[in-house]
Design a protein around this ligand. Structure first.
Ligand SMILES: [Ca+2]
Ligand SMILES: [Ca+2]
Ligand SMILES: [Ca+2]
Length: 330
């Protein structure tokens, strides 16, 4: 079973954020040679870049120490927009400076997800979204680039949305949905229009590892029951069968599809969700299907609350933070 919620990332990013604030007040020279958390960069093109919008903690170079990739979707360089900042750590912690900056376009760094070890060499892979990116076939559809761990990291493939302005790559998640032991990549395109009647109601796409092939993706379009998908996801095993399941935010509710081998969504991508939760003030309420199962509801609620928290900027109003915390701790 794989549960890929950014718990570690949250902690690392919180440190990073705190560190960034501190940097404004303390000169770099007064810092110790090695720090437990890296500092935000103050390079000109990263000014107002929203660096820290997202992050992923993963071992890029296979040395056993968790490294950090941070998105800066509004970094500006030579007319392009977006960047990823890589921080490699050793066993003592992070160096003060960054290790590399991967410059991109189309708001690269809006979303990030670790794919774990894909080819068994100990170096983790990750994917990064550029929701305004242009693909080979469609301009401004949004793109997602898959990177192979290493020093430097290398691009494996770039995926693209179907139509301009789909915002493909707005949200990402990872999990082994077809139960073959290899991580799969889930990409949201919240403004995709599956049909005129479902204008900008969204879609989700699943790309199966280790190839993450554009041609063999699974498209889960918005339906009458699933409108508003593509903004956020969570993965984890909510029905306890050992295979990751997919939870998707939809308008006014969260819908869930069970993973499996065979993966039933492959047969019918427009199937009615296996579970539907409505977003009520007090968390998630199971609405329909099968018998009430408290433990599953509780797990799903926790999984999704953690995923939402991972995408929460650090300056949310206190009441929203406390509500999220209450959901997570229920
Ligand atoms: Ca490492
Ligand atoms: Ca898989
Ligand atoms: Ca499952």
């Amino acid at each position: 079973m794989h549960t890929r919620f950014a718990g570690v990332s949250i902690a690392a990013l919180a440190l990073l954020w705190i560190c960034g604030i501190t940097c404004d007040k303390v000169s770099a020279a007064s810092w110790k040679k090695r720090s437990s958390a890296p500092a935000f960069l103050s390079l000109g093109y990263l000014h107002r870049s929203m660096q820290g919008k997202c992050g992923a903690a993963l071992d890029l170079n296979g040395d056993g120490n968790e490294d950090l990739v941070v998105g800066a979707p509004y970094a500006r360089h030579k007319g392009r927009t977006g960047a990823l900042i890589v921080y490699l750590a050793n066993r003592k912690g992070f160096a003060i400076g960054h290790s590399a900056v991967i410059k991109g376009d189309g708001n690269l760094g809006w979303s990030l997800v670790s794919l774990g070890g894909v080819n068994g060499n100990g170096k983790d892979w990750f994917a990064a979204g550029a929701h305004s990116g242009s693909g080979e076939n469609v301009s401004l559809s949004g793109t997602v680039t898959v990177y192979r761990g290493g020093n430097p990291v290398q691009e494996v493939t770039t995926l693209e949305g179907e139509n301009a302005m789909d915002k493909f790559g707005f949200a990402l998640a990872a999990g082994d949905l077809n139960g073959d032991g290899i991580t799969d990549l889930i990409v949201g395109a919240p403004l995709h229009s599956p049909s005129p009647a479902l204008y900008q109601k969204g879609a989700a796409y699943v790309y199966f590892g280790p190839d993450f092939d554009q041609a063999t993706k699974l498209k889960i379009p918005a339906t009458e029951d699933n409108q508003g998908i593509g903004f956020s996801f969570a993965t984890g095993d909510i029905n306890g069968d050992g295979v990751d399941d997919l939870l998707m935010e939809a308008t006014g509710k969260v819908v869930g599809f069970y993973g499996g081998d065979p993966f039933s969504l492959l047969e019918n991508p427009e199937a009615y969700p296996d579970v539907v939760f409505s977003c009520m003030d007090r968390g998630f309420l199971r609405l329909d299907k099968d018998q009430e199962e408290k433990s599953m509801r509780k797990r799903a609620r926790k999984l999704f609350a953690k995923a939402m928290a991972a995408y929460t900027p650090p300056d949310l109003p206190e009441d929203i933070e406390s509500k999220l915390e209450a959901i997570v701790n229920q």
